[in-house]
Design a protein around this ligand. Structure first.
Ligand code: PLP
Length: 403
């Protein structure tokens, strides 16, 4: 691992902004853009939760900093039921989005090295920097399924000696859509435990594992794993701003107290109507199971289809495990693209938008080397995906090279 350059977040933010701005510009010119750039849930919010929200519109009381007790009970029961983990209501913290919980944790730790895989979700590195923690990059590859390997973590800890470390994991992953196989996860957990590495497991896409078989990291490392999730993805309610975190009992009261201190001095609590609605969302019912199951089937179908179409045109990608992203590698076209002056993932996504009307985000936005020709495809624009139903070109290389 090595440190992140200071311009990392500036570059990532500008790449993403550029694609979004260009998409809007092309649309005002009447172009139909297939929007695989934004990573927002395409599904409606769970209807019973919307009803509860409406019923509680007049709630006005400030709520406890840690979150309503009844909500924390529901959240703990939900995770015990869905994941087979031992969440406890007293150790659950509710916040306006899991994003704030990630930041609060980084802020709450005394100087800790934050190990961040590359590629990874865009906010981890800027958050570590804002929190004043050194961010260390753990480079992954297509061949490792974009996962940190047990040997890699072991090597890093041996080479850099003792000290407090926080490893950030995210499965199913953004931008990759991939998860650890159980055996590899057990090995990684064993290495983390051996070196006393704390793990922040961002499992916001967990309930959207396509086969409903999400394996929480806490199952393999309960004493050292802080897990985050929330309503943004599986409940389709990103704008409601509700995230949850489980702080293992084994980590003692000091860390939880510090987190509550940060919560108290910053966000105070999540809005009262949203907490009431979240109690409904987190109550395990047949309706909820059907809502989740329908999303998984739909996402699996479209994700698998997109992956197959990419493979058919020579663009390698992994079939998705969960969530709504693919992370294809256009390396097979490197020479053809170079002949057209395209050498970076940002140039590639700009050309795909301009010429094919398909918006993707460049791999560089997620911390990949700029010349690695990767991109994130968020298969959440279902109407757009339908427009891609057409025969494969006979000669994909020629189609790609065509002006
Ligand atoms: N973590 C990952 C990997 C995400 O993709 C997102 C959403 O964009 C978040 C965290 C933030 O979630 P929240 O809306 O709970 O703050």
């Amino acid at each position: 691992g090595r440190g992140y350059a200071d311009d990392h977040n500036a570059t990532a933010a500008s790449d993403t902004l550029l694609i979004n701005e260009q998409s809007r510009l092309l649309e005002t010119q009447g172009r139909r853009i297939i929007k695989f750039g934004f990573g927002q849930s395409p599904f409606p919010v769970f209807a019973p939760a919307v009803e509860t929200l409406a019923e509680h519109a007049a709630d006005k009381a400030y709520l406890p900093v840690q979150g309503m007790a009844e909500l924390r009970e529901s959240v703990a029961a939900f995770h015990r039921h869905m994941d087979g983990t031992d969440w406890r209501a007293e150790r659950v913290l509710i916040a306006p989005g899991s994003k704030l919980l990630l930041f609060a944790l980084m802020k709450a730790l005394p100087r800790a090295e934050v190990l961040i895989p590359a590629p990874a979700w865009v906010s981890y590195v800027p958050q570590a920097k804002l929190a004043g923690q050194p961010a260390v990059r753990l480079e992954t590859s297509f061949d490792s399924r974009w996962l940190v390997t047990p040997a890699q973590l072991d090597r890093h800890c041996r080479e850099h000696g003792p000290g407090l470390r926080l490893l950030i994991l995210n499965a199913p992953g953004n931008p990759t859509g991939l998860s650890y196989a159980p055996e590899m996860q057990r090995e990684l957990a064993a290495v983390a435990k051996r070196h006393g590495v704390l793990v922040l497991s961002d499992e916001i896409y967990g309930p959207l594992d396509h086969r409903g078989e999400h394996r929480p990291f806490a199952r393999d490392y309960p004493e050292g794993t802080l897990t985050t999730s929330g309503l943004s993805k599986w409940c389709g309610a990103g704008g409601w701003r509700l995230g949850v975190m489980n702080v293992p009992e084994a980590l003692g009261d000091e860390l939880l107290t510090r987190l509550l201190g940060i919560a108290s001095e910053t966000w105070s609590s999540v809005t009262s109507p949203v907490q009431a609605a979240a109690i409904t969302a987190y109550s395990v019912t047949l309706a909820l199971e059907m809502y989740l199951d329908a999303q998984r089937q739909w996402l699996s179908m479209i994700g698998q289809w997109c992956a197959q179409r990419l493979e058919a045109t020579g663009i390698r990608t992994h079939a998705p495990d969960g969530g709504f992203y693919l992370f294809p590698d256009f390396g097979a076209y490197r020479e053809a693209l170079r002949a057209r002056g395209i050498t970076t993932s940002a140039e590639l996504t700009a050309a795909l938008l301009e010429e094919a009307g398909i918006a993707l985000l460049p791999g560089s936005a997620f911390g990949c080397e700029p010349t690695q020709l990767t991109a994130r495809l968020a298969y959440v624009d279902f109407d757009g995906a339908a427009l891609l139903v057409r025969p494969c070109p006979d000669d994909p290389e020629a189609a790609m090279a065509a002006p």
